[in-house]
Write a protein that binds this ligand. Structure first.
Ligand code: NDP
Ligand code: HSE
Length: 445
């Protein structure tokens, strides 16, 4: 076996919770395999966590444990700081301090990078250090590496992904087992999938953080979370999950970013996807990312998007990259956002009115002659073409009598702005008896 004389890379871990604990365990378990790959050891020598007792139970005598994370950042013996605390507060300060101290940084913190990435990457560039973040998007799936390196020959056209395990788990369990939203959410929290604040998961914010990072890397634009459209799953009803199923679709919370002629779409929302697509069959906490690119065509990346060891897998892959590249001149490394920083594009993120999708509409209407004609007439005025119309029998409409019916309309692609105008007019019709449900639909062909 070849042995290297390169010195061991010394890692300081900030936060030893779900991901930090997994990182420590996997690194220790696989240290020999990793050393053979890298040619040098990678060792956690210092850990900071507010709960020192618990941290000591995890690391034993293998590393020094402190409560104050700044002691790790300031320690000249630490080469790489791994930030696994989360959030924008202390995590941001610690990452910037680590960079200022000339240390490379690994983080799984998508919230931090989606919101403050521009500042953090600029600071890292100025100091010639690496900020690595494979674990920030889709947990254990190496999607950052794939987009940034594996697909670097291509013009990427769009990326669509199930990039939040918690919501995919909730949608799957609700559909399969008929369980209530709250019950499944609790289960996801116990399994360590959900964020500290689960509203980030269920309101689509976590997926939007990840879609923002994907968008930057796919199209060579700055991270712009403030421009992302975000809609979660809390308003989704079991009725629409069921109707979608009957129409041949599954509802998934998708993060989508797409290059259009005049800008880039960046959006997260529940989406109807044809059930025959592979991505529609991604269940539980699994994640999947579909990438459409000009040379390679469609590729899909599938795996565990959350959890202790799957996420640790990505954190440690970043540590391996750093161990290999830390002695390489900064200009020769892969740029943080895949494109040279002075080549980032100013292409705007499109407002939602300009986004093009097809739609599923559900309307509770009076069961009278001419109702459908009025609705389709308004859609036609907005140049919205109808793909299919389905009416439920009156007696299937939740026991409210025979004079009401549910209409489901599937449309072809249209600009969202046109659909919004049409919906205002349709909602105002006296024969439309309840708020219209409108969900976006993507064929992902
Ligand atoms: P946890 O809450 O499980 O772990 C965070 C740890 O940091 C806790 O032990 C916490 O201690 C500690 N901590 C909090 N504040 C400080 C501080 N000031 N100094 C030192 N330690 C501190 O979070 P996760 O491991 O789940 O997540 C960590 C990061 O990884 C987040 O950015 C998250 O978004 C991201 N991530 C998580 C995934 C997952 O599956 N869980 C997947 C992908 C990314 P205490 O408990 O006492 O507050
Ligand atoms: N809360 C996130 C999820 C963790 O459910 O996907 C992984 O980023």
């Amino acid at each position: 076996m070849s042995q290297s004389n390169q010195k061991t890379v010394r890692v300081g871990l900030l936060g030893i919770g779900t991901v930090g604990g997994g990182t420590f365990d996997v690194l220790r378990r696989n240290q020999e395999e990793i050393r053979r790959r890298v040619g040098r050891g990678i060792e956690v020598t210092m850990v900071a966590d507010l709960n020192v007792e618990r941290a000591r139970e995890v690391v034993g005598k293998a590393a020094e444990v402190v409560a104050d994370a700044r002691l790790v950042v300031a320690n000249p013996d630490i080469d790489v700081v791994v930030e696994l605390i989360g959030g924008y507060g202390i995590a941001k300060a610690l990452v910037l301090e680590a960079i200022a101290a000339g240390k490379h940084v690994v983080t799984a913190n998508k919230a931090l990078l989606a919101v403050h990435g521009t500042e953090i990457f600029a600071a890292a560039r100025a100091k010639g250090v690496i900020v690595a973040f494979e674990a920030a998007v889709a947990g254990g799936i190496p999607i950052i590496k794939s987009l940034r390196e594996g697909l670097s020959a291509n013009q990427i056209q769009w990326v669509a992904g199930i990039i939040n395990g918690t919501t995919n788990f909730i949608l799957s369990e609700m559909r399969d087992k008929g369980l209530d939203f709250e019950v499944v959410l609790k289960e996801a929290q116990q399994l360590g999938y959900a964020e500290a604040d689960p509203t980030f998961d269920i309101e689509g914010v976590d997926a939007a953080h990840k879609a923002t990072i994907i968008s930057a890397i796919a199209f060579g634009i700055p991270v712009q979370f403030d421009k992302a459209y975000v809609e979660g799953i809390t308003k989704l009803s079991a009725t629409d999950i069921r109707y979608a199923e009957q129409l041949g679709y599954r509802i998934k919370l998708l993060g989508i970013t797409r290059r259009q002629a005049h800008g880039i779409e960046l959006r997260v929302h529940p989406t109807l996807v044809p059930h025959r697509r592979l991505i529609a069959n991604v269940e539980g906490a699994m994640n999947a990312v579909l990438v459409q690119a000009d040379a390679v065509g469609t590729t899909m990346y599938y795996g565990k998007g959350a959890g202790s060891e799957p996420t640790a897998s990505a954190v440690i892959a970043d540590l391996v990259d750093i161990a290999r590249l830390m002695d390489v001149a900064p200009g020769a490394r892969v740029p943080h956002l895949a494109f040279q920083h002075d080549e980032l594009s100013t292409t705007p993120i499109l407002p939602m009115d300009e986004v093009v999708t097809s739609f599923y509409l559900r309307l509770r209407v009076a069961d009278q002659t001419g109702v459908l004609a009025k609705i389709t007439g308004i859609l036609a005025e907005q140049d919205i073409s109808i793909d299919a119309v389905i009416q439920r029998e009156a007696d299937e409409v939740s026991g409210e009598g025979g004079n009401q019916t549910d209409l489901m309309i599937l449309t072809h692609d249209t600009k969202e702005g046109r659909m919004r105008q049409a919906l205002v007019q349709i909602q105002a019709l006296p024969t439309v008896l309840a708020p219209i449900v409108s969900l976006r639909k993507e064929e992902l062909a």
